[in-house]
Design a protein around this ligand. Sequence first.
Ligand code: 5AD
Ligand code: SF4
Length: 475
Amino acid sequence: MSKRLYIETVGCQMNVLDSEMVVADLKRHGYELVATPREADTVLFNTCSVREHAEEKIYSALGKLRQAKEHNPDKTIGVMGCMAQKDQKLIFQRAPYVDLIVGPGQLQQIPTLLENIRSGQGRQLAVSLGRKSGSQEVIRRSHETFDPLRDPSMRPTPFQAYLRIQIGCDKFCTYCVVPMTRGPEQGRSPEQILSEARVLADQGCVEITLLGQTVNSYRHTGEDGRVTRMSDLLRQLHEIEGLRRLKFVTNYPKDMTEELLTTIRDLPKVSPYLHVPAQSGSDEQLKRMRRGYTVADYLEMMERIERILPEAAVSSDFIVGFCGETEEDFQQTVDLVRRCRFKNSFIFKYSVRAGTKASERLEDDVPEEVKNRRNNELLAVQDEISAADNQRFVGQTVEILVEGPSRRAQKQADDGPLCQMMGRTLCDRIVVYDGNRRQAGEFLPIEISDATATTLIGRIKTVHSGPELFQLQTV
Ligand code: 5AD
Ligand code: SF4
């Protein structure tokens, strides 16, 4: 029987990594990847529950498969990831032709569950325990992820990889569904992390991005009682030969400690790109969100970053239109963005999520048109800052890791060797230049000649041998 797999992934980097793992696992079980759901006999959706919009996208994609399933009942359709964990059997009700529902903690079971479906055992469902439905240890284990052998051909590029260092979240911000879908916060063991990082480096990976919901809160206590924190882990990973860049997302403001920042400063491979979501610039809102810090705490953190890592690039997330947000609250958010001058901000309109404290206790009382207006206004403010910030680079030379053809080049039909290429600086700034596809994976100096709010535009700087080396910006 043929095993042709199509997988579609939405959501965060964690999901991208999970999909990579599942594909690698299924390939070992004889599956091959195909480019469209039509060619596939197994279609998997790796889903996100953070906002309603992401869920609706999946239901609409599932709707498009209804007819295909009627014509070919042997086509297996599966929903994996956060939506599977959050909605469980509800998905079978809304899309009765779905065969498989698998939570983020059960992904290793997918080959067996698919086999069960093929052998006529009917629909399969595997999800983790709820956060109150067992002992802490049992709940924790039911959310453990599987991070099996890595297959470089499965990654977006063979020289870059994500590495999970932390599972779940215990912060319980009132708007957020993640502590329910991904379970309790657990740091993976440093031994496991280091051995995976060494394998990745041996496979030719030069850049690793460490993943966790609050990655800088990383903590692991060994059986001997020895505690490893994020800064310890970074120091150990920094030693790995072949690795040239270490990035990490996403951070929690309260855990951006002096010690962590000095560690980042002292380790040249570690990227001083800090994504630290503020979510709001109003103390009242931060309290309602139960973020556990005030605007003053956040500004203090920014000062700490500025003092220890003056070249750092800080970015943030904001939710506009959260319950009870007044015009004044919103203006305080605008003020915070102006004061912090973030490299960029991801801005989201509040979306009620079942199972969260906000959905139970607070009213979603900001009208949609107000959310839209605030969203656009904040975006415009941030864009103006990003554009001005990027102008600073015009005339400078930056070092980038070339990732591949730019989005513009990907859209063009021409697949000759010469095209617009895209890469990133150590601080995660996007750079495009006219180059050659073969340069993917190389570190190149690019002289910046123009800039927009999102992109630096430049050309390769020809390096002369000899002592008159150009001044290379490493940020
Ligand atoms: N509505 C809107 N945005 C949300 N986020 C998390 N939960 C919600 C929600 N219910 C945003 C936060 C978080 C980012 C990943 O998504 O800004 O940092
Ligand atoms: Fe969600 Fe808050 Fe945890 Fe981030 S820190 S994943 S926003 S609960």
